[in-house]
Design a protein around this ligand. Structure first.
Ligand SMILES: [Zn+2]
Ligand SMILES: [Zn+2]
Length: 139
């Protein structure tokens, strides 16, 4: 019997995947997380990691980020926050709402569209890449 609206039972595999994801600040893809989870559970397959990520995401325990540099990336931090993609190294940096205050305020849509929330993605260079910019572009 399906318990509508209830979060699914946490299996041991799912718990390990969830725990490992929450330790990371890198917003890994399923493939990247699989490499990490295999250290704790050597026999686990990529398919198992992927299926459990989908369940965790549907249960609202993790975030799934799409449209940031290709394949889906996962985030164990479900506090409301924004993301900035580094175009050089592909790193995704977290931006807390206070850091982007005033940008993308949904109230500008009053009377046009009733926004109940919004997502804002930035792209550019992460601090590490911005500090290592060559004097002249290398291409
Ligand atoms: Zn970077
Ligand atoms: Zn994040």
């Amino acid at each position: 019997m399906d318990l509508a609206g209830k979060q699914r039972r946490m299996t041991r595999q799912r718990r390990v995947i969830w725990d490992e994801l929450r330790k990371l600040r890198t917003h890994p893809s399923a493939e990247e997380l699989h490499v990490v989870v295999r250290r704790a559970m050597p026999g686990i397959s990529l398919g198992t990691v992927y299926r459990n990520l989908v369940v965790l995401w549907k249960d609202g325990r993790i975030l799934r980020l799409e449209g940031l540099g290709g394949r889906a990336r996962y985030d164990g931090d479900i506090r409301p926050h924004h993301h900035a993609l580094c175009l050089r190294c592909g790193r995704i940096v977290d931006l807390m709402p206070s850091q982007v205050a005033g940008v993308g305020d949904p109230r500008v849509l009053d009377g046009v569209f009733k926004a109940t929330g919004w997502r804002l993605d930035f792209e550019g260079l992460c601090p590490a890449c911005a500090g290592n910019e060559p004097e002249t572009p290398g291409c």
